[in-house]
Ligand binder design. Structure first.
Ligand code: ATP
Length: 745
């Protein structure tokens, strides 16, 4: 942000009859001196002022279009794109003085193109060079004629006379509601719109200049820019106005004596509006330039209202004051120069208008959260904290917390807090939540059920084995563990939604909110067993026991052996990975300690080197140099940091492997259970009792035997081989039928 004076450039159009006696232009000093004393002498003595000296930012005479553009216009366009600051370039002056030539130029001659086509080219060059920024450009083109706004880019079928455009204001500044803004993605698009608008301009013929226009025209770029990479959440809005004002001459100069009455009336009306708007433009300029604060009459005319944020306020403003250096126009020239001088006193506050793009802001916060989580994970790794949860707890994690809460409430002593090691705020909240759920469940359960539950829980703990339960449907649930297959029967409603939860406690399940519930009245097999009351379900217990035995067989010698071996291997891998993580964490810690130590040593060395008491080691040009010892320390520090990074990556990899293995174990467990269930249902358990030779392992053995037999037969009598094989096939089929009959029985 900063105060930015309005820049003023005087442009004198070429003429064959330049008033050399009256106008003295010094282009090096950027001054113009006017002296009308000769002319006054002809009309007699007067006490009116006869000479003036003006100084401007630039005074150009017979200057080419390129020089005019390069003078200051290029900087204003650059500011609108690169700094996001509104820019206004306007041309003021009497009719025929060269305003349109300056702003638009000769549309048929490329060399003589004016500020608008040059600005269009620069805008697209600038945005193309800023590949990291996404820019959107819209253009509008309006004409203010007799204090009415006309849309020069309105669709061809629009009824322009019906629309009364109004100027409104919001946080982004002033704009004309309903005015067509065409998106222009390329230089060609923008040029097309400029030329389309030029065709629409209202042209009135009058004596000074046949092509003269009697209106103000404003071509505007509406620019929005934001970061493509999402590195910044800001959207910068800026505008660039190119304003071709109507001629500032007085009425009498615009009319011919032989003009018709109607024509005179039209010109009179036009001149009145032009003069009014230019007078208010001048008043606004004077008020803006005044030392004391004054009311600025922006709202008095459409022109000043539209240019509100382009005359004063957030804007870089450049005014071209075009003069016609002929003696007969000297009064208009003086009047133009006076206004231009006042314009130079206006100080603008140039700032960019920045809005926040919420989508980018969210992305930024997400990135920050991710980085902070990574930092926390790194910190946890360094202090050997594992299992800290910073994200939402998964159902399994919630279940684990519930188990801890239950273990804590069932603990024999009140202060066994070791069970509830608090690792994060989220962890604490979840613990409280589980406590609340436990309390609510307890409150809603009957005292009898509570008592049963307590005894159940105690019995399980005392027996040191997981609880097994039965329900009316006698549906079996269980868990394959290394020690065998533990069976239980849970009521349908209590069937766990999560295998992880089911495996740890079949009596528990998740509620809708992810809280863990225990069925209010489970019948516990262990407690029945303990009290000797297993008459009622004794058969089931026997069956369960039988199934347990079958499972043991299934995973040791049965068809589940291979999967079970895989499961054990995965568990071993998990153990090793855990060890590896521990090992890497230890290495990370020692590397971190080494880095800290080296940093300290380097710091000390540096302090000693800079200490005035020590002998300074400096090169001839004053640069300090490090000694060999410090250099070696710095090198070691760099290497330690590199090691640290490698180790950290290793740790990440090991953790990923650990998690992957956990998932793999889970899958294998599920597979063992479901395959066992199927095998058991199909009567596989009978096979293990030796009632059939159809067992997979036995078949394997049998196959070995068969092979030996085939080899023997082939050696003795090759022709009998086919017979032998057919016989074997029949034997196998007979055996299968016999098995099926036994299963059905
Ligand atoms: N610097 C210049 N060099 C060459 N020709 C010029 C220059 N300035 C103006 N002219 C010529 O003078 C004529 C009038 O100029 P121009 O239309 O730009 O005046 P104007 O100030 O815009 O007038 P109006 O107020 O009527 O729009 C045009 O034919 C234009 O080509």
């Amino acid at each position: 942000m900063g105060k930015n004076g309005v820049k003023v450039i005087i442009r004198a159009r070429p003429t064959a009859v330049f008033a050399q006696n009256q106008i003295h232009i010094d282009q090096d000093d950027n001054t113009i001196e006017i002296d009308v004393s000769d002319a006054k002498a002809e009309t007699g003595p007067s006490n009116k002022k006869e000479s003036w000296k003006f100084k401007f930012h630039q005074v150009l005479q017979n200057a080419g279009q390129d020089k005019v553009y390069e003078a200051i216009a290029r900087d204003i366009v650059h500011g609108a794109i690169v700094d996001g600051i509104n820019g206004t370039i306007m041309a003021y002056g009497q009719t025929g003085a060269g305003k349109t030539f300056t702003m638009i130029g000769d549309t048929r001659n490329y060399q003589h193109r004016g500020i608008a086509p040059r600005a269009i080219a620069q805008v697209y060059q600038e945005i193309e060079s800023r590949i990291e920024i996404e820019s959107t450009i819209h253009v509008s083109y309006m004409e203010i004629y007799n204090d009415r706004i006309f849309d020069l880019l309105a669709p061809d079928d629009a009824d322009l006379d019906m629309v009364d455009y109004v100027v409104v204001e919001d946080a982004r500044g002033t704009y004309v509601r309903g005015l067509t803004q065409v998106e222009a993605s390329t230089e060609k698009d923008a040029l097309d719109q400029l030329f389309k608008g030029e065709l629409q301009r209202t042209v009135a013929e009058h004596q000074l200049n046949k092509r003269s226009n009697r209106s103000h025209c404003i071509f505007t770029f509406h620019i929005s820019q934001k970061s493509r990479t999402g590195g910044n959440e800001h959207v910068v809005h800026s505008k660039l106005h190119l304003v071709d004002l109507a001629g500032s001459e007085r009425l009498k100069k615009t009319m011919n004596d032989d003009d018709s009455k109607a024509h005179k009336s039209t010109i009179k009306k036009e001149s009145m509006y032009i003069n009014q708007s230019l007078t208010f433009l001048e008043q606004c300029i004077v008020a803006l330039g005044a030392r004391e604060q004054r009311h600025i009459p922006y709202r008095q005319t459409k022109l000043t209202n539209v240019l509100k944020d382009s005359l004063g306020g957030n804007c870089n403003t450049l005014m071209f004051a075009c003069i016609w250096g002929e003696s007969k126009h000297i009064e208009e020239t003086i009047s133009t120069l006076k206004l231009a001088q006042r314009m130079m006193r206006v100080q603008n506050e140039a700032t960019s208008i920045v809005e926040t793009d919420p989508s980018i802001l969210i992305k930024k916060y997400e990135r920050q959260i991710k980085e902070l989580k990574q930092e926390l994970t790194m910190h946890d790794a360094l202090v050997e904290r594992t299992g800290v949860v910073y994200d939402e707890h998964t159902p399994e994690q919630k279940f684990e917390l519930m188990r801890l809460v239950r273990a804590y409430t069932d603990a024999p002593t009140d202060d066994d807090f070791s069970l509830l090691q608090l690792s994060s705020l989220r962890h604490i909240k979840e613990l409280f939540r589980q406590f609340r759920l436990l309390l609510r469940n307890a409150e809603s359960a009957s005292p009898q059920a509570l008592a049963t539950r307590t005894s159940t829980s105690n019995a399980s703990r005392d027996s040191g084995s997981p609880a097994t339960t039965l329900d009316d449907d006698e549906k079996l649930v269980g868990d394959p563990e290394e020690h065998g297959f533990v069976l239980g029967v849970a009521p349908n409603g209590a069937m766990p939604v999560s295998l992880e939860i089911a495996k740890k406690d079949p009596g528990m399940r998740l509620d809708d909110t992810g809280g863990v519930l225990r069925d209010a009245s489970p019948v516990d097999l262990q407690s029945d067993e303990k009290t000797g009351n297993n008459d009622a379900k004794g058969g089931d217990y026997d069956e369960a026991f039988g199934k347990n035995e079958a499972y043991k067989f299934y995973i040791t010698n049965g068809p589940g052996k291979k999967t079970h071996v895989q499961l054990q291997e995965e568990k071993e891998t998990l153990k090793q990975t855990k060890e590896k993580m521990k090992d890497i964490t230890a290495q990370l810690n020692s590397t971190k300690a080494a880095i800290d130590d080296l940093k300290l040593q380097v710091g000390e060395k540096r302090t000693n080197r800079k200490s005035p008491k020590k002998e300074g080691k400096a090169t001839s040009d004053g640069d300090e140099v490090v000694d060999e010892e410090e250099f070696i320390l710095m090198q070691k520090e760099r290497e330690a940091k590199r090691d640290y990074r490698v180790l950290f990556e290793d740790l990440k990899e090991a953790r990923a492997e650990y998690e992957f293995t956990q998932r793999s174990i889970e899958l294998l467990r599920m597979r063992v259970v479901s395959e066992f269930e199927e095998w058991y249902r199909e009567g596989g358990s009978q096979a293990k009792n030796g009632e059939t030779d159809n067992d997979q392992d036995k078949l394997d053995e049998g196959e070995k035997f068969d092979q030996m037999e085939v080899d023997r037969i082939r050696a003795q009598d090759p022709d009998s081989l086919a017979f032998f094989q057919a016989q074997k096939k029949m034997r196998q089929a007979t055996s299968t039928n016999s098995n099926q009959r036994k299963t059905k029985r």
